[in-house]
Design a protein around this ligand. Structure first.
Ligand code: ZN
Length: 151
């Protein structure tokens, strides 16, 4: 990866971790799950408002942890809002391949740019669980499982 591109990615991730988007607890959320990453100490609560036909009408989170976990959660809420449950799960599947280094590039529509920014964690295996924590919590919330641990 080019150095200036890497710098840009780091800036965006830093921005999301310092000013997380959708960092709130919506009162009308109808699905939620708590995620915990014991390796790093990251915790996250993901709140979803699922409408008819599996549409994600709102997505938000609260939590604390490292910059990667917060940035990933923040970007995730932006990505999945307005998508369907199935689309969100598919994006997560692709994202997992990216951060595990199984794929170099994935086409996830308008989510592609954000996912590619987070893909850099594949060089830091310890950080993969930080990056995927909120996503695991998202699918747990959809499945009505209240707790998820990366262990
Ligand atoms: Zn972490």
């Amino acid at each position: 990866m080019l150095d200036d591109l890497r710098e840009l990615y780091q800036e965006v991730i830093l921005d999301h971790s310092k000013r997380p988007r959708n960092f709130r607890h919506p009162e009308d959320a109808n699905h939620e799950a708590h995620g915990y990453n014991p390796l790093c100490g990251d915790t996250v609560n993901v709140y979803l408002k699922l409408g008819h036909n599996g549409l994600i009408e709102d997505a938000a989170f609260e939590g604390k942890g490292c910059a990667i976990s917060l940035a990933s959660a923040s970007m995730m809420t932006e990505i999945i809002k307005g998508k369907t449950e199935t689309e969100a799960r598919d994006i997560f599947t692709g994202f997992q391949k990216l951060v595990k280094g199984e794929e170099e590039f994935i086409d996830a529509g308008d989510a592609t740019d954000k996912l590619m920014m987070l893909a850099g964690v594949k060089e830091f295996p310890m950080r993969v669980k930080c990056a995927t924590l909120a996503w695991h919590a998202m699918t747990s919330a959809m499945d009505n499982e209240e707790e998820v641990s990366t262990e």
